[in-house]
Design a protein around this ligand. Structure first.
Ligand code: ARG
Length: 467
């Protein structure tokens, strides 16, 4: 059944209908579409736009359709244009003539925007929950590894020693921002467009507040033209998803590097790796790699929607139908990636010895030696120069800073004294970095405490604002 056959003298060409249709992907909006229609029907009845009995019949019919779809007793008709026309068609088939009254004071343009927003709201909550669970998993590993020393890098060159826990907590901060972005984006999604009609509202005495309240929206949209053509929330969500993917991709890259024999810092659990069809010895970090790869398609969806929206005149244009596949695929992808990172992070094995060994190489304590001279009254710039020459000498003589004799040290500066040996021990170097935000176990535990109470607070915080 077409919703608009009247003014046409021809059927839509078969190929055009196939091209225009969206049921193949928007069928997943059936629950949200039915919810929106039930709220709309109730409102029509309360306002006397249809009779209470008619409203009751519509609501019952819609509830039955939902139950049948859920039980798999009703199949999606592939010829339907989209989920909205399909449900209306089913309703008319089920309840007869009265079914044709459902679309009073409504257009598919405000209908689709409403269904889509309801869907996105649920999905943001689900994704937010997964992000919190990943943070929790990282915190769990950080608790065990506050004393595990590893080299921190700049330019992928060993720089200064840090703790593994501190490295994990860096990802917690990224994910915390991601979570807050989702919360923030949610506010813009939580706006009910129903009642905006095709573009210019309606002549019927509708009650928009009632509908929004029924559907659990925080507010109603303020401008009918904007309401049916606004997809800012899609771009925002896809940006939030893109950043989550970027963060996962950076973590993935580190897991891949760390699990190589060259690093050997971690061993991924067998359950999150795969083998090779030809090389019997191989164990590959495929899960991490695929997550890194999937980042590309999520970025692609962001660029896609920004381009779809660019230059679109007000109000609704069919171009907007392109919003759905982008969002569905991005959300499926991000949820899948975050979901698999949780157990992968929980199960990976930490090779403490290898990390500590690497942290002790390449003069990662050279900055500390310079700091030592500063404490003895040398200016930092001079200290930097002196230690640079000491390092050069060590490279030439194949020694570590710890191996030089006091005589050798004194040949570079009289400010060196016996207490330097303790000062430049790797564990001492890390332990001293205890100011807030630092890698020392003390600072790490402060951070763990802070993030743990943040987690508890976020779990308590309701998503819904209500009307
Ligand atoms: N399937 C359409 C979409 O996703 C529903 C709105 C159709 N409205 C229209 N005027 N063609 O955007």
């Amino acid at each position: 059944m077409k919703l608009w056959g009247g003014r046409f003298t021809k059927e839509t060409a078969e190929d055009a209908a196939g091209f225009l249709g969206s049921l193949s992907f928007d069928a997943r909006l059936y629950r949200q579409d039915i919810r929106g229609s039930i709220a709309h029907a109730r409102m029509l009845g309360r306002q006397g736009i249809i009779t209470p009995e008619e409203a009751e019949a519509l609501v019952r019919g819609l509830e039955e359709i939902r139950a049948e779809l859920e039980a798999g007793k009703l199949a999606f008709n592939p010829d339907a244009e989209d989920i909205h026309s399909f449900i209306e068609e089913c309703l008319v088939a089920k309840v007869g003539e009265v079914g044709k009254k459902l679309h009073t004071a409504r257009s598919r343009n405000d209908q689709v925007a409403t269904s889509f927003r309801l869907y996105v709201k649920e999905e943001i909550e689900a994704l937010g929950d997964l992000v919190l669970r990943l943070i929790e998993a990282l915190i769990g590993r950080a608790r065990e590894t506050s004393e595990v020393i590893m080299p921190g890098y700049t330019h992928l060159q060993r720089a200064q020693p840090v703790t593994f826990a501190h490295h994990l907590l860096a990802y917690c901060e990224m994910l915390r921002r991601d979570y807050e972005r989702l919360r923030d984006c949610y506010k813009r999604v939580d706006v009910c467009p129903l009642g905006s009609g095709a573009l210019a509202g309606t002549t019927f005495p509708i009650d928009r507040q009632f509908v929004a309240r029924e559907l659990g929206f925080g507010e109603i949209s303020a401008n009918s033209l904007d309401a049916v053509s606004d997809r800012d929330f899609v771009a925002e969500l896809l940006f939030a998803c893109s950043l989550i993917m970027m963060h996962l991709s950076r973590l993935a890259e580190e897991l891949i590097l760390w699990s190589s024999s060259e690093f050997g810092f971690i061993t991924l659990d067998d359950a999150y790796t795969t083998g090779s069809s030809i090389m019997p010895q191989k164990k590959n970090p495929d899960v991490a790699e695929l997550a890194r790869g999937k980042t590309g398609r999520v970025y692609g969806h962001l660029m896609g929607i920004l381009t779809v929206m660019k230059g679109l005149p007000l109000a609704y244009n069919k171009d907007l139908q392109e919003d759905k596949e982008a969002v569905f695929d991005a959300l499926d992808t991000v949820k899948g990636c975050v979901g698999v990172f949780i157990p992968m992070m929980e199960t990976l094995q930490i090779n403490e010895e290898r990390m500590r060994e690497a942290a002790g190489g390449d003069f990662t304590n050279a900055t500390d030696l310079a700091d030592y001279l500063v404490r003895k009254g040398v200016s930092f710039r001079d200290a930097h120069g002196i230690v640079g020459r000491v390092v050069l000498y060590c490279i030439g003589t194949k020694k570590r800073l710890e191996d030089l004799t006091m005589e050798e040290y004194r040949s570079f500066s009289q400010a060196f004294d016996w207490d330097l040996y303790d000062f430049i021990q790797i564990a001492t170097c890390v332990g001293r970095r205890r100011a807030p935000g630092g890698p020392a176990p003390f600072a790490v535990f402060q951070n763990i405490g802070r993030i743990t109470s943040w987690l508890a607070e976020m779990r308590q915080l309701p998503w819904k604002r209500g009307l």
